[in-house]
Write a protein that binds this ligand. Structure first.
Ligand code: HEM
Length: 502
């Protein structure tokens, strides 16, 4: 009897393994059958064997050197996905044929993770269309002008903190952490209307959230990776977009701020919570939707703004200082230009309109975003079969990735792409995508909603730091990237030598 059970069990296991084997084998023939060049898959992992050992950014960089054609196939474990390397095809996917690529591939859907599934980044059409339309007025030029004043106040605080810690007390520098505090202080006000300062070493609820959101431990990195690249697994294990402590704390803070406003009747017209409360009253929700949907939708937008505003800008600031340290001539040129603009304006700090006119500052920032796009890829899922080229029809359900590193390192667009040369962008303005060769904020209907906000907070910080300090190299020229982080992040935070100017 016992022997029969073992036999049955073995037959069952062997049958399962055989089915799985043929399933993978048939999937791994997908691109070959279509005559598409592809990256040879490894059993079960497909092309994801590098996970948690190398960063996505580095792997996308290697792809950019290996595949010079317009596209090629990869396998996300068992699932075939298309990788785009040419600006023409990127334009087709992101803009011209965007109705066939409306949503992101990243996981969105568990009831247990409303903040993760209802935010603008993960939300799917048609709900996304409504939310994008409602949230966009938060980023008008008029609002941004007001927010820039606060960014300048926090940039002055950043300068004071650098002076105190790294010049007077010679403490070790962790650029990523320093800039995360700076961006966290601004977003506390723009999202929740609260004036707190992590830079002043005061207790900041936003810094608590931020630290939990962007601490890329092995498990947190793995969870976020699954959300982006293996959404079926994320769904099965009910993984979360934001970490649990960050999720809990955002909910608590959001509810406290809303309760306080209801109690006192006071509201600030400037912050996102206030705007979201107004949106909530006019929201058109699907019939029979859960009674918490409206509240969850509001909180999810607050959460994604925090993540969007902190992580990408602090990474860009880190790499920009790193490159300035390695380019003393360019650094002096930037100093001269900012000093001249300050003198001309007669102000203590450059304001919104002044900052937009400092051409070399824009050039240095754009060149940093070209060389180090913080988000190395744009992801979409094909929702309607699409004829991408004469040779290739993309089937509905296929994940499609635009490799930004490949587009930004194309030698025809940017000769010697490994070199950091701000002159490439000397006449650049913020809305110019340089004939689709410069896409750090994405493009098309789903381009980054915080693009101008992000660039402004980089400008205010650099403009204030460069007039007070000089930067010299204190780390290898090629910074190692963090293998646990889906977006680009320097492994050890990044550091430069900071010296006073006078
Ligand atoms: C240097 C700064 C930033 C960079 C490089 C950046 C980059 C990006 C990229 C590449 C995307 C995807 C675009 C696409 O798929 O076409 C994106 C989307 C998004 N970003 Fe940013 N971002 C930055 C700053 C910000 C800021 C400051 C915020 C919020 C205040 C923000 C909020 C968002 C949101 C909500 C989305 C999703 C938009 C949608 O799908 O409708 N980002 N960002």
């Amino acid at each position: 009897m016992f022997g029969a059970i073992i036999q049955l069990f073995l037959v069952f296991v062997i049958s399962c393994l055989t089915v799985i084997y043929f399933f993978f084998r048939s999937n791994y023939g997908y691109w070959k059958k279509r005559g598409v060049p592809y990256e040879k898959p490894n059993p079960f992992f497909g092309n994801l064997l590098f996970l948690m050992r190398r960063s996505f950014w580095d792997v996308f960089y290697d792809f950019s050197k290996k595949y010079k054609g317009g596209y090629f196939g990869i396998f996300l474990s068992w699932r075939p996905a298309l990788m785009i390397h040419s600006k023409e095809l990127a334009k087709k996917v992101l803009v011209k044929d965007s109705d066939s690529y409306q949503d992101r591939y990243a996981y969105s859907g568990a009831d247990g993770d409303p903040l993760g599934s209802l935010n603008l980044f993960t939300l799917k059409s048609p709900m996304w269309v409504q939310m994008r339309h409602e949230v966009s007025p938060m980023f008008t030029s008029m609002r941004l002008r007001g927010i820039t004043e606060l960014m300048n106040i926090n940039s002055s605080e950043l300068v004071r903190r650098i002076q105190k810690d790294h010049i007077d007390n010679n403490a070790p520098v962790d650029l990523k952490e320093l800039f995360s505090m700076y961006t966290s202080d601004t977003v506390a006000y723009t999202v929740f209307g609260i004036r707190v300062s992590a830079l002043k070493e005061l207790t900041s609820p936003l810094w608590y959230i931020t630290r939990h959101m962007v601490r890329w431990t092995f498990w947190r990195g793995l969870e976020f990776t699954m959300v982006f690249f293996l959404p079926a697994i994320a769904e099965f294990f009910r993984l979360q977009f934001f970490s649990q402590p960050a999720t809990d704390y955002i909910k608590k803070l959001f509810e406290e701020v809303v309760a306080e406003r209801q109690k006192t009747g006071q509201s600030s017209d400037k912050d996102l919570v206030n705007h979201l409360l107004k949106v909530k009253t006019s929201l058109k929700l699907p019939a029979n939707s859960d009674s918490h949907l409206a509240d969850n939708l509001m909180m999810a937008q607050a959460a994604v703004f925090i993540l969007g505003a902190i992580e990408t800008s602090s990474t860009t600031l880190t790499y920009m200082l790193h490159e300035l340290a390695y380019h003393p001539d360019e650094q002096e040129k930037l100093y001269e230009e900012v000093s001249a603009a300050l003198k001309q304006s007669g102000k203590d700090v450059l304001e919104y309109d002044d900052l937009l006119k400092v051409k070399y500052l824009t050039a240095c920032m754009h060149e940093t975003l070209r060389k180090y796009p913080p988000v190395p890829h744009l992801d979409r899922i094909c929702n309607k079969t699409n004829k991408l080229t004469d040779e290739l029809t993309v089937e509905a359900g296929t994940p499609v990735f635009v490799n930004l590193v490949a587009i930004h390192y194309d030698e025809d667009s940017y000769p010697e792409p490994e070199q950091w040369r701000p002159e490439r962008f000397i006449d650049s303005n913020d809305s110019d995508n340089h004939d689709f060769t410069f896409l750090p904020f994405g493009e098309g209907p789903r381009f980054c909603i915080g693009k101008r906000y992000g660039m402004m907070q980089i400008r205010t910080a650099v403009a204030q730091m460069i007039t007070k300090f000089r930067f010299e190299p204190d780390a290898p020229e090629i910074l190692e990237s963090d293998p646990y982080s889906v977006i680009l992040s320097p492994k050890n935070g990044g550091k430069v030598k900071i010296l006073p100017r006078s």
